[in-house]
Ligand binder design. Structure first.
Ligand code: ATP
Ligand code: MG
Length: 574
């Protein structure tokens, strides 16, 4: 009785999905825009680990580049030294590589452009399009106005170009304290777009940078650095998430005003939101630093490092990204779809083993005490080329405590007193008696087996309704098994209830540790990171903790119950 639901087959990456971005790019290529070249970029800020939302952006940027014979640049948007760190740079590179993408020699850092960016800022001043402003952050906010009211001009707005050049140079040389002044673009304080009301381009931070050290004490703002980094690298299509739609006029203003030789096109798409989790770096940092999870690679997190540790194959993430597609409208994707993609992939590729999480001992009274039979087991019914393996069978076995009921309810077809079941790849056994401890709890089952049913065959054609997994007591390897549930108890923790912190919806049962599980001996050969199925229990992988703990430690990636496939069968999803 394998509870596994067969997932519908898919055609991973055989067909590149069409979407509005690919349509735009295809048309640009057809018209010979940018000489027919396509250059995209993935521009993370190294202030946290990547999550599945970033995977959507990675698959899009690198995927588009591949499909149009272009290249995708890996660029760190490292313009805010306070929150950034080398650790994040390394982790991000590892994650992108793990997802299956290669940037070749196109690894860039916005900080490598600091000299050029400074030069562009000076050029804006020369063109009368930027000025040094001494208003405080709070005053700038007050002067900015609102959506319904125009802003007011800063009293420093009409300084001479010479004065601005001198003051900006003084900023660079560290002659001002943090917050004393900023460089602002001179655009339009009455613009209906708040981003055009003289936005800040540079601010002072007396903070060393993880790459440029103490060379700079002024750092460019995101919009300024991003547009110009794209331009410097010759990016043709700058794909970003929807919240930057209102920034596009500023992106264009910077490049137009500087009359740069190249002008990338910014195109926005909807960011990925996923149910039962959070995908904001700020919140993920909070969960990690606040000790709510065990680290950035905690298998419960939607980070790529966490998912990798949990056993999620990169192919499943790519397939998930392909299936959600790219659109212009924000939505929340059901996490069941991600789990479905994981099962679909692992079902095809993962070797099967047997293991028992909550052991109950079975003693087969009529089985010879010193006999051990090697039973032949199929490694992967989905893949005949995976072959078979030998699993030792003996008189004393562990079965799952759940698979026995002394007083079975209706529809419980597994083991019960007097009832016969099949042991997978073993024999048919019948429960004759139970042994209890002093508290009256059943601690052992006394059974008999039918020697004519080796391998689980029933020569007389008699039917048994259940097939149980098992391991031989004398041969079993002990394991700690970590079972994961969703990180949050509600679909949308950040918007569940107004004024209630998302952390109050953390699922207290998101991690369950089974300390004393037993695995078939073949699992001793499996290495950290390898993924496999434990029959009837789900897909698992070996956790890197195994080595320091000197014990097999397993993570359950997903159970076998595929709620998405059921919805699909009932025609309730696409
Ligand atoms: P935060 O979560 O703090 O807003 P961020 O998501 O903007 O940070 P970045 O490092 O700036 O983090 O993101 C790198 C790229 O990944 C950006 O182009 C961004 O648009 C994209 N990205 C980030 N989150 C998502 C998401 N949930 N879905 C799709 N793309 C995303
Ligand atoms: Mg960002």
């Amino acid at each position: 009785m394998n509870e596994q639901v067969k997932a519908t087959t898919s055609s991973e990456e055989t067909t590149a999905s069409r979407d509005f971005i690919r349509d735009i790019i295809a048309e640009d290529v057809r018209l010979g825009k940018n000489g027919g070249r396509v250059i995209t970029r993935f521009p993370p800020e190294p202030n946290g680990y990547l999550h599945i939302g970033h995977a959507k952006s990675i698959c899009l940027n690198f995927g588009v580049a591949q499909e149009f014979n272009g290249v995708c640049h890996m660029r760190f948007d490292d313009t805010n030294p306070e929150k950034e760190d080398k650790e994040y740079v390394e982790a991000i590179l590892e994650d992108v590589r793990w997802l299956g993408y290669d940037w070749g020699d196109k690894l860039f850092f916005a900080s490598d452009y600091f000299d050029q960016l400074y030069g562009f800022a000076v050029e804006l001043i020369r063109r009368g399009k930027a000025y040094v402003c001494h208003l405080s952050t709070e005053e700038i906010r007050q002067y900015r106005g609102t959506l319904t009211e125009p802003g007011r001009e800063s009293p420093y707005r009409n300084r001479s170009i010479e004065e601005n050049l001198r003051l900006f140079e003084d900023m660079r040389q560290g002659k001002f304290r943090e917050g004393e002044c900023v460089l602002r673009a001179k655009i339009d304080m009455a613009s209906p777009n708040l981003n055009l009301r003289d936005p800040v381009l540079y601010r002072i931070k007396h903070v060393p940078h993880h790459r440029t050290g103490t060379k700079w004490c002024i750092y460019p703002m995101y919009d300024f650095a991003h547009a110009l980094s794209d331009m410097i690298e010759g990016i043709t299509h700058s794909l970003c998430t929807l919240e930057f739609e209102d920034h596009r006029p500023l992106y264009d203003w910077i490049l137009d005003t500087l009359e740069t030789p190249h002008h990338p096109q910014q195109i926005e798409f909807a960011r990925l939101n996923l149910s039962y989790t959070v995908l904001s770096k700020r919140k993920l940092v909070e969960l990690v630093e606040g000790g709510y999870v065990r680290g950035w690679d905690d298998p419960r997190l939607p980070t790529l490092a966490g998912m990798r540790r949990r056993g999620v194959p990169p192919e499943a993430i790519r397939e998930f990204c392909r299936r959600i597609g790219v659109a212009k409208r924000d939505s929340v994707v059901d996490i069941a779809l991600l789990e479905h993609c994981i099962r679909e992939d692992l079902n095809r590729r993962a070797a099967r083993f047997m293991g028992v999480l909550r052991p109950l001992k079975v003693v087969i009274e009529n089985y010879p005490p010193d006999l051990v039979e090697e039973m032949e087991a199929i490694n992967n019914p989905e893949d005949p080329s995976a072959g078979t393996r030998q699993v030792p069978f003996s008189r004393e076995l562990w079965i799952e405590a759940d698979d026995f009921r002394e007083n079975p309810p209706k529809k419980f077809f597994r083991l019960a007193p007097g009832r016969e079941v099949r042991l997978r790849y073993g024999y048919l056994i019948t429960c004759r008696d139970v042994v209890r401890n002093r508290n009256g709890e059943v601690v052992e089952l006394r059974c008999t087996y039918d020697p004519a049913t080796r391998g689980g065959d029933t020569p007389d054609g008699r039917k048994v309704k259940a097939t149980l997994h098992w391991v031989s007591v004398a041969h079993a390897i002990p394991a700690e098994v970590r079972l994961y549930d969703r990180l949050f108890t509600v679909e949308n923790p950040t918007a569940e209830k107004e004024g209630v912190d998302y952390k109050s919806f953390l699922n207290p049962h998101s991690l369950e540790v089974v300390a004393n599980a037993w695995m078939e001996p073949n699992l001793g050969r499996v290495k950290p990171g390898e993924r496999f199925q434990l029959e009837r229990l789900g897909y698992f992988c070996v956790d890197p903790d195994s080595e320091p703990m000197g014990k097999l430690v397993l993570n359950r990636t997903v159970t076998l119950k595929d709620t998405w496939a059921r919805l699909e069968q009932r025609g309730l999803v696409d």
